[in-house]
Design a protein around this ligand. Structure first.
Ligand SMILES: NC(=O)c1ccc[n+]([C@@H]2O[C@H](COP(=O)([O-])OP(=O)(O)OC[C@H]3O[C@@H](n4cnc5c(N)ncnc54)[C@H](O)[C@@H]3O)[C@@H](O)[C@H]2O)c1
Length: 379
C-alpha cells in the first residue's frame, strides 16, 4: 500500500481554496490531516470543504500535531519565514509557495533552518511540473534548438487589484509588487531553461497609483552565465483575458509556446510550435484526454508538485525545486528593483538589499498614469 504523508496546510486563502483544490482531493501519496489559518473562519471553512479532521488558528498547535509530518505553507510571501522556520524546528518537512520571500535574508534563514533540522524544503514553482514546460526543457537540454541565445517571456493580465484591507498584493509591507508575485514564475522558468543569471537590468512602473503601492508593470532583462539573454515583459494593466507566452531562440530553431489563457488556471496543454528556417513549422502541441478528471489526475501541475514533494519524503530524495531555486528568484527580483531604482545594470550575486520602501513610494508619487475608477478587473 502507498504510504501517505500527513500534511498540515498553513494558510487557507485563495490559493488553498482554488488552485490546490484538485491537488488536495486527488493526492495519492499524501493526505491533509490538519489545517491552520490565523483567520478561524477560513481554517474551519477549509476543513469542512475537504473533510479535514482538525483545524487550528495557532501555528504552535499544528506544529505540535504528531500526525503532521510536513507543512504546505500557503501564507502571503512576507509571512513565509515564521511558519517555515518553526516547522523545520519541529522536524516537519516544508513545502513553501513562491515567491519564497521578499528578501534574501529571509530566504537564507529558511534554507538554513531546514538544513539544520535535516528536513526537506521545496519551493512551489509548479511550472516545473507542467508537461508543456517540461517538454520545452527537454527540447532545450536535448539540443533540438541548437544553442539557445535568447528567451522572450510575456505575462500580461487584466488584474487591477482593489486596495482591500485583506489583500496583501501590491502593498508596501509585502515587499514588492506584480514582478515579485507573478513575475517569480517566468523568472524561474528563464533560470530553469537557460541557467544561472549573472546580470539584471530592469524598468518598473505603477500604472494604477490610486490602488497600488508597488509595481504593477515591469520589463526585466537577464544576462545568463551561458551568454544567453532573456527578457520578461509583465503587466497587470492589460486589456486582455491574460496572455502568457515564451519564445525561445536557438541557432537551430525558434520555439513559440503560447497559452490561450494563463497556464496556472487550465490543465490544457500550451500551443507549441517549432520553426526551422522560415519554411518549416512543426506543431508540438501535446494532446489531452476526453476526461477532465483524468486530465487533472495526470497533469494538474499543483498535484504533480505535491506528489513529487511527498515522494521525496517517502524515498528520502532531494526535491527537484529547492530552497536555493526560490532564493535565486528572490535575488533576481531584488536586483531588478535595485536596477530600476539606481538606473543601472546589477551584477549578481547581489551585495546589498536595501529596503525598497523609499523607491516604491517615489515611483508611486511620480507615476504619470491614471486608469480611472471604472476599471473592472475580471478578478
Ligand atoms: N503558484 C501559484 O500559481 C500561486 C497562485 C496564487 C498564490 N500563490 C502563492 O500562495 C501564497 C498565498 O496566496 P493566496 O492568494 O492564497 O493569499 P490569500 O491572501 O488569499 O490567503 C492567505 C491566507 O493566509 C492566512 N495567513 C496570513 N498570515 C498567516 C500566518 N502568519 N499564519 C497562518 N495563516 C496566515 C490569511 O488569513 C489567508 O487566509 C502566496 O505566497 C502566493 O504568492 C501561488
Amino acid at each position: 500500500m502507498t504510504r501517505r504523508i500527513g500534511l498540515g496546510v498553513v494558510g487557507c486563502g485563495g490559493a488553498a481554496r482554488t488552485l490546490y483544490e484538485p491537488a488536495f482531493r486527488l493526492l495519492g501519496n499524501g493526505r491533509i490531516v490538519a489545517a491552520m489559518d490565523v483567520d478561524e473562519s477560513r481554517a474551519r471553512g477549509f476543513s469542512e470543504t475537504y473533510g479535514v479532521p482538525k483545524h487550528y488558528t495557532r501555528l504552535e498547535d499544528i506544529l505540535r500535531d504528531e500526525e503532521v509530518e510536513a507543512v504546505v505553507v500557503l501564507t502571503p510571501p512576507h509571512h513565509h519565514v515564521e511558519p517555515v522556520i518553526k516547522a523545520a524546528e519541529h522536524g516537519k518537512h516544508v513545502y513553501c509557495e513562491k515567491p519564497f520571500a521578499p528578501t534574501i535574508r529571509e530566504a537564507d534563514e529558511m534554507i538554513e533552518a531546514c538544513r539544520r533540522s535535516s528536513v526537506k524544503l521545496m519551493v512551489g514553482f509548479m511550472k516545473r511540473f507542467n508537461r508543456s514546460f517540461r517538454l520545452v526543457k527537454k527540447l532545450i537540454d536535448g539540443g533540438e534548438l541548437g544553442q539557445v541565445f535568447e528567451l522572450r517571456e510575456r505575462w500580461d493580465n487584466a488584474r487591477i487589484w482593489k486596495m482591500g484591507e485583506d489583500q496583501y498584493r501590491l502593498k508596501l509591507y509585502s515587499g514588492g509588487g506584480f514582478l515579485q508575485e507573478d513575475g517569480s514564475h517566468p523568472l524561474d522558468v528563464a533560470r530553469w531553461w537557460l541557467g544561472e543569471v549573472k546580470e539584471v537590468n530592469a524598468y518598473v512602473d505603477i500604472v494604477a497609483p490610486d490602488r497600488h503601492e508597488t509595481e504593477d508593470t515591469a520589463c526585466v532583462t537577464l544576462k545568463h552565465g551561458s551568454g544567453a539573454l532573456s527578457t520578461l515583459h509583465i503587466t497587470m494593466a492589460a486589456h486582455t483575458v491574460g496572455d502568457e507566452s515564451y519564445e525561445v531562440f536557438g541557432t537551430r530553431g525558434t520555439l513559440v509556446m503560447r497559452w490561450l489563457y494563463h497556464s496556472s488556471r487550465s490543465p490544457e496543454p500550451a500551443l507549441i510550435h517549432l520553426h526551422r528556417g522560415s519554411r518549416e513549422t512543426v506543431d508540438l502541441t501535446l494532446g489531452c484526454s476526453w476526461s477532465p478528471l483524468a486530465e487533472l489526475r495526470e497533469n494538474w501541475q499543483y498535484l504533480k508538485e505535491l506528489e513529487h514533494f511527498c515522494d521525496c519524503i517517502i524515498k528520502d530524495e532531494e526535491p527537484a525545486c529547492k530552497g536555493e531555486d526560490g532564493r535565486a528568484v528572490v535575488e533576481i527580483v531584488n536586483a531588478a528593483y535595485l536596477s530600476a531604482w539606481r538606473r543601472e545594470r546589477v551584477r549578481l550575486p547581489l551585495r546589498e538589499t536595501p529596503s525598497f520602501k523609499e523607491f516604491f513610494t517615489r515611483l508611486r508619487s511620480e507615476s504619470r498614469w491614471e486608469i480611472g475608477g471604472d476599471w473592472v478587473s475580471w478578478y
